[in-house]
Ligand binder design. Structure first.
Ligand code: HEM
Length: 403
């Protein structure tokens, strides 16, 4: 039997598939658009139109038990989702909680961070000039997104290093990501002193705004947010905005090394970098799986999905669906990218998308100014697969003076 005759198999925890899932995605889209993995008991949507529906048809596909496979398993085993962790909520709670936080992500606040982010990138990259190598993840991706969250929250520069060290301790321990209590407790440890300090020293950052925000709660009472609620929101912003963006920086290093012609275009025409970030996000999305649960029995492509089933929506498969994108396996920084599934779709669409895109653009601008050419040091590159939801590099060292 040839490979093409075997039944298609997809498991997000299979590292061999995760290294290059695109041949499997192609087969899923063509042969099993509603794929079922019996062992892990999940369905997978791979076509663009189905992923779009999976993420936006909220009557049928819900987030209330979690939106990653591991969290859903944890909740099924009895873990409780804290109120306010709105990425794992449905209406009406999701609408109330999201609107509170979305008010904080104004375009003005996001763009105002640009000089600080650029300055940080310069400080991270300058020491590697003339050295002949640097690591996209260890020297840039590991630090920048965390710093940016710190800037959003208004964490003083002097405290940023200790926060970074505590966070690194945790992200290197990939076993812990599905533990909800740990997720909140960890952020509490990292941010709780800072909340108290900020309460005494209000400024115009997100933390100060959360501290003074007034909400109308479920009982119709207008009140300030409690400390625990603030920690939940901060944990969510921090959890959703660091590992994801870190992965984007790693992918930028890898994909551009493999497409030197496209990289040259960017060096010669930096105005294309913004579009190149979108193309990178389409071509290699850090988001590997976004999960939902079926709220009722539903038939898709003639296959019955029973109520309660876990559905994994695959952004990487949707972004390369030839039903939607012309020549989808070509990496083309000049392409008109259009809507992609990398940041989700519909009501849970990523609140930090504009910020992540800006971080990617600034990082690439600053890298390309200093290092117009590089090759990956494959002997020392290491993939990091954080559970089933993210895909990217733990380490991506490159040689910068091989020309
Ligand atoms: C390349 C970087 C990023 C990627 C790939 C990414 C991806 C995603 C995806 C796929 C979702 C939707 C989850 C779902 O539908 O269940 C999401 C939601 C979210 N993201 Fe991002 N994200 C990124 C960066 C950020 C940043 C920088 C922040 C904040 C600083 C952020 C904050 C959020 C929040 C708060 C949500 C929850 C929205 C909701 O449930 O209503 N993300 N992100």
């Amino acid at each position: 039997m040839t490979l093409a005759e075997t039944e298609v198999y997809y498991d997000p925890f299979d590292n061999e598939i995760a290294i290059d899932p695109y041949p499997v995605y192609q087969r899923l889209r063509d042969e099993a658009p509603v794929y079922y993995n019996e062992e892990r008991d999940f369905y997978a949507f791979s076509r663009y139109a189905d992923v779009e529906r999976g993420l936006s048809d909220r009557e049928t596909f819900i987030s209330g038990l979690g939106s990653t496979y591991e969290f859903i398993q944890a909740v099924k085993a009895g873990a409780e989702i804290p109120a306010g962790l709105f990425i794992f909520e449905d209406p009406p709670q999701h609408t109330v909680h999201r609107s509170l936080v979305s008010r904080l992500f104004t375009p003005r606040r996001v763009t105002s961070l640009e000089p600080q982010i650029r300055d940080f990138c310069a400080r991270a990259l300058d020491p590697h000039i003339g050295v002949g190598r640097f690591d996209f993840v260890r020297n840039l991706g590991d630090q920048m997104p965390m710093r940016v969250i710190g800037m959003l929250l208004g964490i003083p520069d002097d405290d940023q290093d200790s926060i970074r060290d505590q966070q690194r301790e945790r992200t290197d321990d990939e076993e812990t990501v599905a533990d909800i209590d740990d997720f909140i407790e960890h952020s509490s440890r990292v941010f709780s002193d800072y909340i108290d300090w900020r309460a005494e020293h209000p400024s115009d950052d997100i933390m100060s705004q959360l501290l003074s925000a007034e909400i109308q709660d479920e009982k119709g009472v207008t009140r300030r947010l409690g400390r625990d609620e603030i920690l939940t929101y901060v944990s969510l912003i921090n959890g959703a905005g660091t590992d994801t963006t870190r992965r984007l920086i790693g992918w930028a290093g890898k994909v551009l090394a493999e497409h030197p012609d496209q990289r040259r275009l960017l060096v010669e025409n930096p105005g294309l970098i913004s579009n190149a970030v979108d193309e990178l996000l389409r071509f290699e999305p850090p988001s590997y799986n976004v999960a939902r649960q079926a709220a009722q029995d539903v038939e898709v492509h003639g296959r019955m999905i029973p109520k309660g089933s876990v559905i994994m929506c695959l952004p990487g498969a949707a972004n390369r669906d030839e039903r939607r994108f012309a020549d989808p396996d070509a990496f083309d920084v000049s392409r008109e990218v259009g809507q992609i599934m990398t940041f989700g779709f519909g009501a849970h669409f990523c609140l930090g998308a504009a910020l992540a895109r800006m971080e990617g653009r600034i990082a690439l601008e600053e890298v390309l100014k200093r290092f117009p050419d590089w090759e990956v040091d494959w002997d020392n590159a290491e993939m990091a697969i954080t559970g089933a939801d993210l895909r990217g590099w733990k380490s991506l060292p490159v040689f910068t003076d091989r020309s």
